[in-house]
Design a protein around this ligand. Structure first.
Ligand code: PEP
Ligand code: CO
Length: 426
């Protein structure tokens, strides 16, 4: 099957915005095509190499950031806080030193959202649903909600600035690392670490939902002789855009980036294997990350069969867990998530991986370094009555800094007890 950056156009694209003006969209695509790539090929390939270590059982991916990035909330501080949070979590998860931690931000492209309904009706008035700042605006009026392709250019500019900021923070990170490592070790009750600190590389990732944008930023890399999506280092397919014969799978199979696939309760093992075969026919370690997202009450029913299937077929795809999207509930008019359900899903992920002899390779979180009140619980708990106080998300509820650190501590404990069990068994 031949592939070109635009071959997805002959396949049905789920969740595609209905742009009213095709000419305006194609002018935006031309401008994006003429722009320099957002990411460097060498970094995209470096991430693939690091993920190959994870596939071999020697690493763990900490992936996290906003559900939806927004134009209004953007600022250098916000990027720095996400970066610092990833660093703190990585220092805790890597504290025992037997796993390489891969820091993968959900940032610099996470501007588009799949929706369960194409329209929203309020008091008898119907407009298109909000689909993320790269598509339309959150306000409930015609001007905001009709998809505007010029928003792709604004998203692209914000992604560019974000990537520059991340590079600057990464380069300077060695200065803060000793203190971050000391704090991480102290939180886990471990002795202070020795050794030298080197800058931490942070990679970018987002759901590749808007294929006009993705195609326009796809470039041929002469060195690796491959097409690369230059919109981010890793891209993933959402639970609602992973149809085997859909446009998103067609696009993803042809670019050389690491590709994530969200795996929800509706994915059967044989369909998953067909997807893996389509996107990774050569079974290359570091190419695929399967991101389970079932919910605390469903994970034990669905994950064992899927993990058994990848193991039986000798697939190198990494298994990671998104404990956010299957655990959303409503309190009044607000969407929220209970930290206890989030940690329960992660715990079951580790249990199942151990039982199925599969490496637990990562976690995928919606989180922010800011002090928001969107998820419930934690060691400095957010209660139901606190929710409206700082409920800022544009889409799904995120962990705040303290809750994300609680999750990292829980993962560090699980990894330590897993390492202990395997050294006992040796
Ligand atoms: C998301 O990651 O924000 C998302 C929409 O996830 P999923 O595709 O798993 O529902
Ligand atoms: Co979300």
């Amino acid at each position: 099957m031949s592939w070109t950056p635009d071959s997805w156009r002959s396949f049905p694209a789920a969740q595609a915005p209905a742009y009213p003006n095709a000419g305006a969209l194609s002018r935006v695509e031309q401008r994006l095509r003429a722009s320099p790539p957002l990411t460097k090929a060498v970094d995209t390939l470096h991430l693939r190499a690091l993920l190959a270590k994870v596939a071999a059982g020697r690493g763990f991916i900490v992936q996290g950031g906003d559900c939806a990035e927004s134009f209004a909330e953007f600022g250098a501080d916000k990027v720095r806080m996400t970066f610092n949070l990833l660093l703190q979590m990585g220092a805790m998860i890597g504290a025992r030193g037997d796993q390489e931690v891969i820091h993968l931000a959900r940032i610099a492209g996470q501007f588009a959202k799949p929706r369960s309904s194409p329209d929203e009706t309020v008091e008898g008035v119907t407009w298109p649903s909000y689909r993320g700042d790269a598509v339309n605006g959150p306000a409930f009026d015609e001007k905001s909600r009709v998809p505007d392709p010029k928003r792709l250019l604004a998203a692209h500019r914000q992604a560019q600035v974000t990537i520059e900021l991340l590079a600057a923070y990464s380069a300077a990170s060695y200065a803060d690392l000793p203190a971050i490592r000391r704090a991480a070790h102290a939180r886990l009750g471990l002795r202070a670490p020795g050794g030298s600190d080197r800058p931490v590389a942070t990679f970018t990732s987002h759901e590749a939902l808007l294929l006009n944008y993705e195609e326009a930023l796809t470039r041929f890399d002469q060195a690796s002789e491959s097409w690369l999506a230059t919109s981010g280092h890793m891209i993933w397919l959402g639970d609602r855009t992973r149809q085997l014969d859909g446009a998103h799978v067609e696009f993803a199979r042809g670019v050389g980036n690491a590709i994530g696939i969200k795996c929800g309760p509706s994915l059967a093992a044989d369909d998953m294997l067909r997807l893996i075969e389509r996107i990774d026919p050569e079974n290359r370690p570091g190419r695929l990350v399967l991101i389970g997202r079932f919910g605390a009450d469903k994970v034990a029913e669905h994950l064992p069969g899927l993990m058994r299937a990848t193991r039986r077929e000798g697939r190198h795809a990494i298994w990671s867990i998104d404990p956010m999207h299957g655990n959303t509930q409503s309190v009044g008019s607000l969407k929220t998530r209970l930290l206890s359900r989030i940690t329960a899903e992660i715990g079951t992920f580790f249990d199942v991986a151990q039982a199925e002899r599969v490496h637990p390779g990562g976690v995928h979180l919606e989180m922010t370094g800011a002090d928001v009140t969107e998820c419930l619980g934690g060691s400095l708990p957010t209660h139901e009555e606190d929710l409206p106080r700082r409920y800022l998300t544009h889409c799904d509820p995120r962990l705040n800094e303290g809750q994300a650190i609680d999750v990292a501590a829980m993962i560090a404990e699980r990894m330590a007890s897993g390492a202990q069990r395997s050294s006992d068994a040796a």
